[in-house]
Write a protein that binds this ligand. Structure first.
Ligand SMILES: NC(=O)c1ccc[n+]([C@@H]2O[C@H](COP(=O)([O-])OP(=O)(O)OC[C@H]3O[C@@H](n4cnc5c(N)ncnc54)[C@H](OP(=O)(O)O)[C@@H]3O)[C@@H](O)[C@H]2O)c1
Length: 347
């Protein structure tokens, strides 16, 4: 029998680190079965967008797809969501072929859960997989760009994987920076501090997370110090240009960030090539790096690429899109937790 699960029923049952461990296993499986997953596929009609993330994880016995639909608003500066449909996982037992589960909604991993804010909970988990492998073990100061949904998740995820004691928070609006710190302070042990200048979230920090809706660079290579790890989540896709929604591919980093990075890992390099993503394609076009200078997350988590080699290395994780293997690994975790707790409806 398959299970129909409403994700919100799992509230309090899955920790961030359990989710990070699961997603890491999903990406490890991609190294052995690279064609058992596809890069994220997006279809656009003006501001309408449907997205599928498909794949399977043989060691976890799960395969399927994750689908979502939104309508977007774009300006020259940033993007926002005008409407968001419930996201759905459809997953099979990859060994028996039986339908395993249909899961409605994104799993609740975080201490702060707010109504209407439940989507895209997986992104910070994938960011944490790469960051856990690349940031210095003793990383204590986090610079955070963005004060929205992803920023809230990323601050919790980063504090779960490193001994973060201080977070410097920047977004364009002073009110948003203050509201973010007030809202999130009860949910993390680290001290949250709004900063007024963007460079103050990059200088003298150990980890930088860019979790903005920006279409233009927010972090500049000239600000980076030795030993820092940078994670950036803005993707892009060529269809945005084809539909006239943006005039150039979206960016969150300037070329100098990529030029200065000793190690660059993307969630999936092929995603950057397929989608012509600004933060990867433009530095390649500008001769700053070649596509084969960038490693996949699957190679990082299986140790095929070493990641950080010294405390002085500058490392970069371009979390350029969640992938089917990560979603399916989470679906397996959600299914198994639901079964164990007697949650969900058999059908
Ligand atoms: N890689 C992935 O798999 C993945 C998955 C999901 C989402 N994403 C990306 O995640 C991003 C954030 O999504 P969200 O849901 O968190 O959006 P959101 O709730 O709308 O938040 C966007 C934030 O970006 C800040 N911002 C915009 N421009 C900025 C700039 N120039 N400098 C500093 N902060 C800036 C905004 O604050 P102010 O207005 O105060 O500046 C706001 O706090 C989006 O770009 C989305 O495409 C990536």
């Amino acid at each position: 029998m398959a299970l129909f699960i409403r994700s919100e029923e799992l509230t309090g049952l899955i920790s961030i680190t359990e989710a990070v461990d699961a997603v890491e296993k999903g990406f490890a499986s991609q190294e052995d079965h690279p064609v058992f997953s596809l890069p994220r596929q997006r279809m656009l009609a003006n501001d309408r967008r449907i997205t599928v993330h498909s794949g399977g994880c043989v060691p976890l016995g799960v395969a399927g797809t994750f689908v979502h639909y939104e309508r977007h608003n774009y300006t020259a500066q940033d993007q926002s969501y005008a409407a968001v449909g419930t996201r759905v996982y459809v997953c099979y037992d990859s060994e028996t072929g039986a339908l395993l589960a249909i899961i409605a909604g994104c799993p609740p991993f975080y201490r702060r859960q707010a109504a209407g804010d439940e989507f895209a909970t997986e992104t910070a988990i994938t960011s944490a997989v790469g960051t856990r492998r690349m940031a210095r073990q003793d990383a204590a100061v986090l610079g955070l760009y963005g004060t929205g949904r992803q920023a809230r998740r990323h601050v919790e995820a980063m504090c779960a994987i490193r001994p973060i004691r201080e977070v410097r928070v920047y977004s364009r609006s002073a009110g948003n920076r203050r509201a973010f710190c007030d809202t999130m302070q009860p949910h993390v042990d680290a001290e949250l501090k709004p900063v007024d200048r963007p460079e103050d979230a990059a200088r003298n920090v150990d980890v930088i997370v860019c979790a903005t809706g920006s279409n233009m660079p927010v972090v500049f290579g000239r600000w980076l110090e030795e030993g820092v790890h940078v994670t950036s989540i803005v993707g892009s896709n060529k269809e945005l240009l084809m539909e006239g929604l943006v005039s150039r591919p979206r960016r969150e980093l300037d070329d100098e960030v990529l030029a200065r990075a000793d190690v660059i890992v993307a969630t999936l390099v092929q995603q950057g090539i397929q989608d012509e993503q600004g933060d990867l394609l433009e530095p390649v076009r500008n001769g700053v790096l070649a596509w084969n200078d960038i490693e996949d997350l699957s190679a990082l988590v299986t140790g095929k690429t070493p990641g950080r080699r010294s405390d002085k290395d500058i490392t970069l994780f371009k979390q350029n899109s969640d992938q089917g293997v990560g979603y399916m690994a989470l679906a397996r975790l959600v299914h198994d937790k639901a079964r164990a707790a007697g949650i969900g409806m058999e059908f």
